[in-house]
Design a protein around this ligand. Sequence first.
Ligand code: FBP
Length: 348
Amino acid sequence: MKRHGVGTTITEHILREERENPEATGAFTTLLNELIVAAKVVSREVNKAGLVDILGSTGRINVQDENVQKLDAFANQVLIERMQHIGQLCCMGSEENADLIDIPPDYPKGNYILLFDPLDGSSNIDVNVSIGTIFGIFKKNSEETNIDILLTDVLQPGIKQVAAGYFIYGSSTIMVYTTGKGTGVHGFTLYPSLGEFLLSHKNIQVPEKGKIYSVNEGNYSHWDEKTRALIDYFKTDDKETGRPYTSRYVGSLVADFHRNLLKGGIFMYPADKKDPKKPTGKLRLMVEANPLAMVVKEAGGYASDGHGPILEIDPSELHQRTPLYIGSKKDVELAEAFISGKYTGETS
Ligand code: FBP
């Protein structure tokens, strides 16, 4: 219901969820509200990037062995500085930081763990193509506060996330998130003149089967036979099974995922032999695959590493990588059948 021309704000939505959760203490609300402030700061900087000296590289190489872009570094700093003072976190983990990020002693600590990819789609930053911030939130299990020991609390399977989502900085800035447990996946669009996220996509459900496949086919020669057969399957002309699918690949995971979430389809970043140091593909389990896997599951879709659910992977490292097949349930199940060698030619 619109009041004074304004629809449901994200704060209203979060407070309603808090009231509906008997265990809620307000801690999660504080965490999410500050994360939203951080994203607004990043969104503002992204929107004016071409006008200020924030494009291009910092010249530094990060723990992912990637060139750190200036906007990457800016987004990372904004998230860390905004989130460390809220008193609800015991630590954070970022794609840009080799180790866990401790909460400075002059700030109170809490029981939540925030993991994030501060700016996903770095290769698209300088060319004004949609990029985003991806986040996953866990609760720590132990009473531990010592950062050196907290890694065991952080390395939980994705199924244990209490919330996950992303922000897209594109033609408009959108936040999509879920707290799981049947609460649904909801999208909020930033209303620039109001500076407020308003509900724009209520209870998103991904179509069970899509018509879009998203993959960097430039890696074809580095794929194994099963992966090639899968991609060839989506490109084969067969009206009965709605093929060929159409190819769409932005090169920003958050943007490719968001499109497929709304329209149906499958995003794939298979394992490849391109870089012996990265046999399991490029994408990170904890800050990219897990959060999006929680969102797609709550929206009726599925996320797999080709052999089983992403959310059930027991992580062993903060920056471990995983092959990723994510999106419409039937398309990802089919991909899993191909990659695990169980494909029999039958499609459901
Ligand atoms: P970062 O930008 O956070 O490092 O993310 C990795 C990423 O850019 C994804 O967003 C995207 O899906 C993928 O890499 C693109 O990789 P490639 O250029 O190899 O297709």
